[in-house]
Design a protein around this ligand. Sequence first.
Ligand code: CA
Length: 229
Amino acid sequence: MSKILIIEDEEAISDLEKDYLELSGFEVETTSRGDQGLQMALKNDYDLVILDLMLPGIDGFEVCKRIREKKNIPILMVSAKKDDIDKIRGLGLGADDYMTKPFSPSELVARVKAHMARYERLVGAGQKENDIIEIRGLKIDKTARRVYINGEEKNFTTKEFDLLTFLAENPNHVFSKDELFRRIWNMDSVGDIATVTVHIKKIREKIEYNTSKPQYIETIWGVGYRFKI
Ligand code: CA
């Protein structure tokens, strides 16, 4: 049975969510505190987390970020304020979906089912065979050669796409500009490696919320670049 964790301090909402999800056949655990929720999410194997934004202990922003550092499970964030949802999207914390309170329980159940099905496909298929790379809010569709950030499509040139995909497929590996130039431009390193810098800059403008604090492609000074996972 699929297990869901609800981190929500408003008891009425938490109870309602729990009831509907249990009626739909899910096993549900709840907590009203952010810090406890984080501990539970890291320690146990849940299939999905429903996370409120304003919580005692640690807030939902931090909980989301810290679960995402360790786990790929779907996170559905809920908030009473539309503005907060925009902020969460902007921060690119890696939540998979967002809902504004109040929402109908049937909508919640529908979304939970959709995310779980998608996640199971991803895990079941094995990430290597899948033509989609998904890392936090970034989605690269290799078959269609399309890139999305928090669900919004960004236009990429051929080389920008190749460079981003290459880095994302080799996460946590530092590549020198020379090496990237040779691999992506398919030439000996007699060309202009400044091209790599220019392309990285353009990619960051498209995928990073704050280009001076990149969360995907890191600059390793004096060495090159690394895709952070
Ligand atoms: Ca709350």
